[in-house]
Design a protein around this ligand. Structure first.
Ligand code: NDP
Ligand code: 8X3
Length: 253
């Protein structure tokens, strides 16, 4: 049964972008939502707007002890997580590696990798015990295609890709599914965060082209989560029609 009506969907990074759109999409299917993020007011406003039961949790996924406490203390009506959408994440900066901030690198690693695997490890035993569940990780095209300034961000998403595939290996036969979704350019708060609040620079990233929307990604996550129970979508890579790949570069003397 792949109907998500009355089932619990836990979304990290639900206060903006893909996460918020995922919450809205799953709510339309009648799911109960657990909404995780650092900005509590945003989560409360989203909860108010959803016509389904929802629980908000102000949580920094980088805080291992807090994540473990949160997962262990989910109230019974939200404790049986059917779909875990590991979406919280960020890119910081576009400087070349020799100039980039180590603090930015650590924050990306701690959020995109450590936060994702700690929460996954905390939620998985229940899924395996129930013989059902779905972990949907948000990766990126940056996992597979290098670009200048992508350094640690792309590396964190390569981690998300391989961790997802290895999870799939461990979970084969348990009834628990694993998917990694790897989007290209999508207009959310992503670039505002990457450009450290410079809204003009962020806007310029999408100038003259039609980026993906948060709803495009939410629809993809929802599609993966509503396939028949024997179907596991391993990887979905998607990008705007207007985006493409760069050639090799050659620096000549
Ligand atoms: P947004 O900036 O719009 O949303 C990011 C979300 O992550 C926010 O809700 C934010 O909430 C949350 N978040 C960030 N850090 C933490 C933390 N430490 N603890 C808890 N929540 C956190 O960006 P997107 O929606 O675009 O990004 C979502 C995911 O998609 C990310 O993993 C990103 O890398 C990935 N992605 C984005 C692409 C794009 O072009 N937009 C393309 C490919 C992948 P809060 O600040 O309230 O904590
Ligand atoms: C976000 C997409 O191309 O900026 O993961 O890395 S990109």
């Amino acid at each position: 049964d792949t109907s998500l009506s009355g089932k619990t969907v836990l979304v990290t990074g639900a206060s903006a972008g893909f996460g918020r759109a995922c919450a809205e999409r799953f709510a339309r299917a009648g799911a109960k939502l657990v909404l995780v993020g650092r900005r509590g007011e945003r989560l409360e406003a989203l909860k108010e707007a959803l016509a389904v039961p929802a629980l908000t949790a102000v949580l920094d996924v980088r805080d291992r002890a807090a994540v473990e406490r949160f997962a262990a203390s989910l109230p019974p009506e939200f404790a049986e997580v059917e779909v875990l959408v590991n979406n919280a994440g960020l890119a910081l900066g576009l400087e070349p590696a020799h100039q980039a901030s180590l603090e930015d690198w650590e924050q990306m690693l701690d959020t995109n990798c450590r936060g994702l695997f700690v929460l996954t490890r905390s939620i998985l035993p229940g899924m395996v015990a129930r013989g059902r569940g779905h972990v949907v990780n948000i990766g990126s095209v940056a996992a597979s295609y290098p670009y200048p300034g992508g350094n640690v961000y792309g590396a964190t998403k390569a981690f998300v890709h391989q961790f997802s595939q290895n999870l799939k290996s461990d979970l084969a036969g348990t009834g628990v599914r694993v998917t990694v979704i790897e989007p290209g350019m999508a207009e959310t708060e992503f670039s505002v965060v990457r450009m450290k609040g410079d809204a003009e620079k962020a806007k310029a990233v999408y100038a003259g082209m039609q980026p993906l929307t948060a709803e495009d990604i939410a629809e993809t996550v929802f599609w993966c989560a509503t396939r028949p129970a024997h179907v596991n979508v391993n990887v979905v890579e998607l990008m705007p029609q207007a985006q493409g790949f760069g050639p090799f570069i050659v620096k000549r003397q």
